[in-house]
Design a protein around this ligand. Structure first.
Ligand SMILES: [Fe+2]
Length: 312
């Protein structure tokens, strides 16, 4: 049974997951405390820095004209291309002046309630490690390039910065209702794989898209995927793919609209109405959808990742 949440939780205190909440068991490394923040950012080798520089240069070849303008602005304002893995202290100082956010180093995976707690306090937890040349093209777990290059530029935008904080607060509530999967789908289809309209163009703002070269093109220009205007209720009922290109992307009009669509929603009511599983398959197009493109799903039908299917 889920307990009704307290109406005004104290977000400064780390929440204790209750006995009826599911929290994935994670072994806390000896060097981190309750907040899971590493004592210091890793000292990167010159090879690590050159991997960052090469990843950065590769993305800059594909992102102009495909990434959201506010993302490109953020990259520049935070000077993420100054060379080498950015220093989190410097980054936090720059970001702090713009929106009050900071970036803190954490181990690869941290518990959900700790992640939400950091977001609710305008701290972005970023993985410390960077991929190797062997895993240059594809990594399972997010590294510092995904986390900092992909997520941090938009935190320089005040409206997006507020959305991320509200997401952290919403996470807390979702845990109390045991509906993390549904809220996870919202994160997936916005923060990680979101698209945004700019005039008549569709551009990408999701970190999962922007931190790799293939999906940056596929999501915006591919014939395979569906592109559907975002509807929060629908998205929170939709399954998603973790280890391949998405069959469906959801498109927002603006960050302001995303913020209000989310924050002004009665999540208590929504969580009570949601079942524990997903209702819609990740390829589904349903009658309430405002469809920008109905995808051919050719990439998926030809076998997706692991086959020699072209991401078209
Ligand atoms: Fe991410």
């Amino acid at each position: 049974m889920s307990r009704p949440p307290a109406s005004h939780p104290d977000y400064t205190r780390l929440p204790e997951p209750g006995p009826d909440m599911f929290a994935a068991p994670l072994q806390r490394p000896a060097q981190v405390g309750e907040d899971w923040v590493e004592p210091a950012q890793r000292a990167y080798s010159s090879e690590d820095d050159s991997i960052w520089n090469d990843l950065f240069a590769r993305q800059l070849q594909v992102l102009p004209g495909r990434a959201a303008t506010l993302f490109m602005d953020g990259l520049e304002r935070l000077d993420l291309g100054r060379g080498g893995v950015p220093d989190f202290g410097q980054l936090s100082e720059d970001l702090g002046k713009l929106t009050g956010w900071s970036v803190v180093p954490v181990p690869m995976l941290i518990p959900d309630h700790v992640f939400f707690w950091h977001l609710a306090n305008r701290r972005f937890p970023a993985g410390n490690f960077i991929r190797t040349r062997e895993t240059f093209d594809y990594i399972q777990e997010p590294d510092v390039f995904h986390d900092v290059f992909g997520h941090v530029p938009l935190l320089a935008d005040p409206v997006y910065a507020d959305y991320m904080q509200e997401y952290g607060r919403a996470g807390w509530k979702a845990m109390r209702y045991n509906r993390l999967k549904a809220l996870g789908a919202l994160y997936w289809y916005t923060v990680e794989f979101g698209l945004i309209l700019e005039g008549k163009d569709v551009r990408a703002y999701g970190a999962g898209i922007l931190s790799g070269p293939t999906e940056a093109v596929f999501s915006v220009e591919g014939k395979s995927p569906n592109r559907i205007m975002l509807n929060v209720d629908r998205v929170m009922r939709t399954d998603y793919v973790i280890s391949d290109l998405q069959p469906t992307y959801f498109v927002i009009e603006s960050f302001k609209e995303l913020y209000h669509d989310t924050v002004d929603r009665d999540f208590d009511r929504l969580y009570r109405s949601l079942g524990p599983g997903f209702t819609y398959a990740n390829t589904a197009v349903i009658d309430v959808d405002d469809v920008l493109q109905r995808g051919t799903q050719e990439y998926l039908l030809r076998g997706g990742r692991g086959s020699n299917a072209q991401p078209v």
